[in-house]
Design a protein around this ligand. Structure first.
Ligand code: AMP
Length: 394
């Protein structure tokens, strides 16, 4: 059978990321971003055969962007598109794996929207627009939460009244599942271990960041919870804070829930600590020039990350390796070095030359000889979505 072409779509509220992937290939045939959708400045950027291009979008909504994308996809796919894989952030407890989208699945994603009000509605917009444009193609949903549905109950339940779980579905769900799954499979391949007999701690560090304990190909615990705010220090998200912070700010400053929500999600994390930027590259440069806020932000980021990795060690029967991935995990020897320096108890140590070498898409082992594995593995969520889509086509 000739190789099939899969279009992968990831819709945000004002953007669509896309990648066209040919079965059996890691390099994308075409990939890009439609952004500022819904405004008069909406624009489509794409890259094909190493060439970058862009065009303004007429109309400006998700459907208009996908319609304008159509000829590009058709051309790059040689007129042969076989399926579309959609990233969906929240699948609740209903979805523990990827699935083909039908009316019932669409309704289930809609019903889960209260748990992800910023993410599932735009994901749905993209799915509905793509299904209208490509009604004859199979559409597959790949959920960020699905990988973590294997968490044991003692890891996913909060110590809250049971009715909040039973009636309101308040529990830990976890996110970034597609990335943690992809890099743990790559780690097994890289080290010659079997996926179903290997144990990993994975750190996906980007603008959003999370850790995951993976046992025999299954997620056993993760740092994000009911929402992506829980856990690590992130670009603009606080990660864990004392839950009483809310009532403290209401009492002492009279802040509204909306203001607190905005502060925790958009003004905190690296940005809040540094007072400078949410971008790790900017902070590393500022730290070099002696900016105290940038230094502190990096120290807190690394310490909290190390603490989370050590805690997730509880979920593993043995450790086969720690994985760094995401924009920061793949590109920051400084963050990897500072994080591992807090993990002497796990006997971790880095080879500084190997650590320095693994940047800009170069992956590989970075641990010192005789110490547990530490691996840098570039993530590829689009490829994992395409792999899932192809598996369902079978
Ligand atoms: P992501 O959300 O995975 O795209 O990751 C974005 C984060 O990766 C931002 O904080 C970037 O500053 C960070 N990043 C990308 N390249 C580098 C680099 N060379 N050094 C440090 N951080 C980087």
């Amino acid at each position: 059978m000739p190789s099939r072409n899969i279009l992968v779509i990831n819709c945000g509220s004002s953007s669509i990321k896309f990648a066209l992937i040919r079965e059996g290939q890691k390099e994308f045939l075409l990939h890009g971003l439609a952004e500022r959708l819904g405004s008069s400045a909406s624009v489509l950027h794409w890259q094909q055969d190493g060439q970058k291009d862009s065009q303004t979008l007429s109309g400006g909504d998700h459907r208009a962007a996908l319609t304008q994308l159509l000829p590009l996809v058709d051309k790059a796919a040689g007129g042969e598109l076989h399926a579309i894989g959609h990233r969906v952030v929240h699948g609740g407890e209903r979805f523990n794996h990827s699935c083909r989208i039908d009316a019932e699945v669409l309704q289930a994603i809609r019903d889960t929207s209260p748990l992800a009000p910023l993410h599932n509605p735009p994901n749905l917009l993209g799915i509905e627009a793509a299904m209208a444009i490509y009604p004859a193609l199979p559409h597959i949903a790949v959920f960020d939460t699905a990988f973590h549905q294997s968490l044991p109950e003692y890891a996913y339940r909060y110590a809250l009244p049971e009715s909040l779980y039973r009636e309101q579905h308040v529990r830990r769900y976890g996110f970034h599942g597609t990335s943690h799954r992809y890099v743990s499979h790559e780690a097994a391949g890289m080290t010659g271990l079997a996926v179903d007999d290997s144990n990993w701690l994975s750190a996906h560090l980007g603008n959003g960041s999370s850790t995951c304990a993976i046992v025999n190909g299954q997620s056993r615990d993760t740092s994000m919870g009911l929402t992506p705010l829980e856990g690590l220090v992130m670009g603009t998200r606080s990660g864990d804070v004392d839950p009483n912070l809310h009532s403290h700010l209401v009492r002492t400053l009279g802040w509204s829930l909306e203001k607190i929500d905005h502060m925790l999600n958009h003004e905190s994390g690296l940005l809040g600590l540094s007072g400078l930027s949410n971008d790790m590259r900017t902070l590393e440069q500022a730290r070099e020039q002696g900016h105290p806020g940038a230094s502190l932000a990096i120290e807190v980021f690394c310490y909290r990350l190390a603490k989370s990795l050590a805690a997730l060690g509880c979920a593993l029967p043995r450790l086969d390796g720690v994985i760094f991935t995401g924009g920061i995990g793949e590109n920051s020897p400084l963050v990897r070095n500072k994080t591992v320096a807090h993990l002497h108890l796990l006997n971790l140590a880095l080879d500084s030359e190997a650590n320095a070498r693994c940047v800009r898409g170069v992956g590989g082992p970075i641990h010192a000889q005789g110490h547990p594995r530490v691996l840098v593995i570039p993530t590829n969520e689009e490829l994992q979505i395409a792999i899932d889509t192809l598996a369902i086509l079978h």
